[in-house]
Design a protein. Structure first.
Length: 213
């Protein structure tokens, strides 16, 4: 359940986005049962709209998990476009690889195994869209390493900037204290980045959007 929207609003909005796609439904079910965090469906819809507006040639995702969003994005890419997606967990890479093979869009997904901070320094491409969805304590570092790879007029997207409501809460459970501190610090960095026109939207778990000037 959303910790950002009122339950009634969440239920109402969800009534418009029931999942009918078999693969996506099975990935959502897998993520739920196995406790794998994947993108909220409203946030996924919003990103899909950005993909359709921007028509990117090359997309970079930091944090693949089981490739739920990577596949959703790849399905909307033109034939000569590609998404590079980086994942550090061996287990997740294996599962992501299986889902990608069955997705029908495997040729548009380049799955990279490793720590994003290490792999980013070796990437020589320029991206039209970058999506950051990794561990919260890595956000500042991955953001600063990847921002130079974003083209002018490119879109930087970041998930979890409201962090289950804790970013704005006065009381934060012990378990979330450290991650909340990282998100709060990161939000200051993100919204004051001079090369980006930024906003944070209450979609999903809080979606940050920055357009490179
Ligand atoms: C929230 S999940 C990603 C969900 C995915 N973007 C989606 O919407 O389907 C975060 C994933 O990022 C991976 N991850 C976290 N920090 C990372 C890092 N520094 N480098 C590479 N992968 C990382 C985690 O192992 C986890 O699978």
């Amino acid at each position: 359940m959303s910790k950002i929207l009122y339950p009634l609003q969440e239920k109402y909005l969800s009534s418009f986005c029931e999942e009918h796609d078999k693969l996506m439904k099975s990935m959502q079910d897998f993520a739920l049962v196995n406790n794998v965090p994947i993108l909220n469906k409203h946030a996924a819809q919003f990103i899909e709209q950005l993909i359709l507006i921007k028509r990117p040639k090359r997309v970079l995702e930091l944090g693949t998990a089981i490739a739920y969003t990577a596949i959703r994005i790849a399905r909307l890419l033109n034939n000569n476009s590609l998404i590079d997606t980086i994942e550090k967990s061996k287990d997740n890479v294996k599962i992501a690889g299986r889902y990608i093979s069955n997705s029908g869009v495997a040729s548009k997904i380049n799955l990279l195994f490793g720590e994003a901070g290490d792999l980013l320094t070796g990437l020589n491409y320029k991206y039209d869209i970058i999506f950051l969805d990794a561990d919260k304590e890595d956000y500042s570092n991955l953001f600063s390493l990847s921002l130079p790879l974003l083209r002018k007029n490119g879109i930087y997207i970041i998930d979890n900037l409201l962090w289950q409501g804790y970013a704005a809460a006065s009381r934060v459970p012990k378990k979330f204290k450290s991650s909340t501190k990282h998100i709060r610090e990161f939000n200051k960095i993100f919204t004051t980045t001079e090369s980006l026109q930024t906003a944070i939207y209450p979609i999903g778990d809080g979606l940050g959007i920055g357009i490179k000037e």
